[in-house]
Ligand binder design. Structure first.
Ligand SMILES: Cc1cc2nc3c(=O)[nH]c(=O)nc-3n(C[C@H](O)[C@H](O)[C@H](O)COP(=O)(O)O)c2cc1C
Length: 119
């Protein structure tokens, strides 16, 4: 997709709502009584889930976008409305022919992400 292709970006954003073509999605929720730490725990769980899926040859994408429609998702999947939906993880076997799947994101350098302070 060329840089600045607004229509292309919009189309790709909409892919969130067809789970990027994945056949399955796990919905991760937390007990709102746990406050922000419940969501932090879910974050750790997501990381391990993604690594476990990768280790088993599955492709997966964490998705916060469906949480914007959490009431609908919870209704459809019979998840109690009081649960806090943190995100989804869509997964399946990778379509290696799809151009989007050859895209690789870059990683920030350590110094850009961490500030070391001498005590
Ligand atoms: C909690 C969480 C939520 C995310 N939500 C979305 C999302 O809604 N839509 C999306 O396109 N990418 C989302 N991402 C980013 C993709 O999961 C990620 O960039 C993609 O899988 C590429 O992985 P990579 O950066 O390791 O290459 C999210 C990531 C995390 C950790």
């Amino acid at each position: 997709m060329p840089r600045g292709d607004k229509e292309g970006y919009a189309r790709q954003t909409l892919e969130n709502f067809r789970l990027f073509g994945a056949p399955h999605v796990a919905i991760l929720t937390s007990d709102p009584g746990l406050g922000p730490y419940g969501a932090v725990d879910v974050g750790g769980y997501v990381q391990v889930l993604l690594l476990a899926m990768q280790a088993h040859g599955l492709a997966a994408i964490a998705q916060a976008a469906p949480a914007n429609y959490s009431a609908l998702v919870k209704h459809e999947l019979e998840i109690p409305q009081e649960r806090l939906m943190v995100c989804g993880v869509s997964f399946g076997y990778e379509d290696t022919e799809h151009p989007a799947n050859s895209y690789r994101t870059s990683r920030a350098q350590l110094a850009q992400a961490v500030r070391f302070v001498d005590a």
